[in-house]
Ligand binder design. Structure first.
Ligand SMILES: [Zn+2]
Ligand SMILES: [Zn+2]
Length: 343
């Protein structure tokens, strides 16, 4: 059997510049007020893996502070040992030893958002084809009040439900998806936003939509709208809030306590005709070909060719703490070059 090897010598532990995946141009339009807390600059995979580790350590600390020992242990164990299917340069698949499924766990959130993308991208493409609609990314905001997170979420969701019942909305939108984003400002006020992928039937004047939003909220007309040119990137942008609904590293024990009280709060959903379409949709061969990346990579095993470079894949065992460094080394190494053994 081929020995697990890495493409570069593991003596240099500096952070090497790694080309990050391309991101949608649509990210640039959002007003600073809307996503300042989460937008950040482009980060590499290794930086993101390192951030997930830090977030998790922070959460474990908070859980211990609240004497939530069981939660802390679960988080600690989750994704602590990994089986990584790799060619030495690309990662085809990561299988964790255990998943905690806690809603704020960054590793489980990432899996959840990948699953949502895998599920909804073919559905969205098929819906667009069947209905001749175009996707837009709509961000709805509301005024800040002294209220709990639960009240803030209920308020924006109620406003949105009212909006979707109005004739203006029905005239221009044929359904879509929503996801929630929360932030909290320095004064402790909750900012809750709804990120919508809306399937638009035809163009309309954005000022009219602002008036509609003001009519249902009573005091807010702040919203942002942008056409989605790349559906996969647009969907990724919206479901990222499912994996990262808020900046947990700025979270205190009280915030975690409040969050634990919000049992079964949904972070993502569908609405309108798209919702019915998702229930009834039976993919045809054509629709299935749209791409189910997850099921594709599920079939990959040791010895298969890497989907990105054709080099053979092998199985590498590592701890979660080693993953960021692995990303750094792997992504910065030239293709096909074999170096020292990882283990
Ligand atoms: Zn987890
Ligand atoms: Zn490869």
């Amino acid at each position: 059997m081929r020995q697990a090897t890495l493409a570069t010598v593991l003596t240099d532990s500096r952070c090497l510049p790694v080309a990050s995946e391309s991101k949608s141009a649509s990210q640039t339009y959002l007003d600073k007020r809307v996503t300042k807390s989460q937008r950040g600059t482009k980060r590499t995979r290794s930086q993101r893996a390192r951030e997930r580790l830090q977030t998790k350590e922070h959460l474990v600390g908070l859980a211990r502070e609240l004497h939530e020992g069981e939660l802390a242990d679960k988080l600690d164990r989750c994704h602590s040992r990994l089986s990584v299917l790799t060619c030495g340069r690309h990662i085809a698949r990561i299988i964790p030893n255990f998943t905690c499924e806690f809603r704020l766990c960054p590793d489980c959130g990432r899996r959840r958002s990948q699953k949502l993308q895998t599920k909804y991208l073919p559905l969205m493409k098929a819906f667009m084809l069947h209905n001749k609609v175009t996707p837009v990314h709509l961000v709805l905001t509301q005024t800040h009040r002294k209220e709990s997170r639960k009240e803030s979420v209920a308020r924006i969701r109620n406003s949105f439900t009212k909006l979707t019942r109005r004739s203006f909305w029905k005239q221009y939108f044929k359904g879509g998806t929503w996801s929630l984003e929360f932030t909290k400002d320095k004064n402790g006020l909750h900012h809750t936003h709804l990120h919508i992928i809306g399937f638009r039937r035809k163009f309309f004047d954005i000022e009219l939509l602002r008036d509609e939003w003001l009519a249902v909220t009573g005091d807010s007309h702040v919203l942002h709208l942008k056409p989605i040119l790349d559906l996969a990137a647009g969907l990724q942008e919206v479901v990222k809030y499912v994996s990262k609904p808020l900046d947990i590293r700025r979270f205190g024990a009280d915030d975690l306590k409040e969050f634990l009280g919000l049992k079964n709060m949904r972070m993502f959903g569908t609405f309108g005709e798209f919702r019915d379409f998702c229930k009834d949709f039976e993919p045809s061969d054509n629709d299935a070909a749209v791409g189910d990346l997850e099921s594709f990579s599920r079939d990959l095993v040791e010895g298969c060719a890497c989907p990105q470079c054709d080099e053979p894949l092998f199985d590498l065992r590592m701890s979660a703490k080693e993953l960021p460094q692995f990303y750094e080394q792997a992504e910065s190494s030239p293709p096909g070059k074999v170096g020292t053994s990882w283990n």
